[in-house]
Ligand binder design. Structure first.
Ligand SMILES: Nc1ncnc2c1ncn2[C@@H]1O[C@H](COP(=O)(O)OP(=O)(O)OP(=O)(O)O)[C@@H](O)[C@H]1O
Ligand SMILES: [Mg+2]
Length: 256
């Protein structure tokens, strides 16, 4: 992955580690399962709205400042008269390019934190952007997608869950799978909304059920499982050494 994306995965992982450390503390302190789940759901909701706020602040604050600096540099360049040294022109152009690069990086960080596109254009448009962006960075992995749902059928909390599960699954495929094909299906059939992400990579030894998989090293699979449950769905991970991995999350129609 590009350096900028790897940095963002690190932010994400640190963020998740903190949220799950908080959840563990809650688990120890609270008595009932329902209480624990409610509090964990609240932490994830707070985390999402914080990310949304930071992404907006970055875009509206720092983003606007960088744009003004770029416009200022372009104006300086236009004010240089014909006698100005080529050194001055080149120096201004270099500064303009650096500001532009900083702006692109900032947009990428804001998008990774929380794509405003989900709220503005919907999850289907965001998924298309995500696949394009991923394809530009990981050219060796083909993506085969089948998205046949109606945007208006999907509630807001499920949209963000779909996006986070997609992010984590793709991150896992890049980090662990060594795959060259990813299949993504988002469908509504037989009153069930279903997201499936399948890769043709190395696979790994699952411990038989979703809960035992949570004993694994990282936070990603735990996060997917928690997010699926908290949005009212369920998550199943099938994997076998040498046969790839399939992540499926489904939601019953009464939530749609
Ligand atoms: N698509 C995959 N292909 C092969 N192995 C996988 C895949 N997804 C997960 N794994 C295996 O399952 C383990 C646990 O995954 P998980 O996402 O929970 O943690 P991580 O990716 O190692 O760390 P984190 O997600 O916290 O950055 C991984 O370390 C890896 O061994
Ligand atoms: Mg992971």
């Amino acid at each position: 992955m590009a350096a900028a994306n790897m940095t963002n995965y690190s932010i994400d992982i640190a963020d998740q580690s903190l949220a799950f450390a908080k959840m563990k503390t809650i688990e120890k302190k609270s008595n009932s399962k329902k209480e624990r789940r409610n509090m964990s759901a609240q932490i994830l909701m707070i985390q999402e709205s914080e990310r949304q706020r930071i992404a907006k602040d970055l875009h509206d604050g720092l983003g606007q400042s960088l744009t003004l600096i770029r416009l200022g540099l372009e104006e300086c360049a236009s004010l240089l008269d014909g006698n100005a040294s080529s050194f001055a022109r080149e120096s201004l152009e270099r500064q303009r390019q650096k500001v532009q690069a900083a702006f692109s990086e900032l947009r990428q960080i804001a998008m990774d934190l929380r794509p405003s596109m989900i709220d503005d254009l919907g999850i289907i448009a965001t998924m298309s952007w995500f696949f394009r962006d991923f394809g530009n960075t990981c050219k060796q992995i083909e993506i085969d997608k089948n998205i046949s749902v109606i945007e208006s059928r999907i509630p807001a909390n499920i949209k963000i869950t779909i996006y986070r599960i997609l992010q984590e699954s793709f991150s896992n495929i890049v980090k662990h799978a060594g795959a060259n094909l990813i299949k993504v299906n988002l469908t509504e059939e037989n009153n069930i909304l279903s997201l499936t992400i399948t890769d043709n990579g190395n696979g790994f030894k699952t411990a038989g059920n979703a809960k035992s998989n949570l004993l694994s090293s990282g936070f990603g699979l735990i996060s997917m499982n928690e997010r699926a449950k908290m949005s009212g769905g369920s998550c199943v991970i099938d994997s076998e050494i040498g046969k790839g991995t399939k992540v499926n999350v489904s939601w019953p129609s009464n939530l749609l």
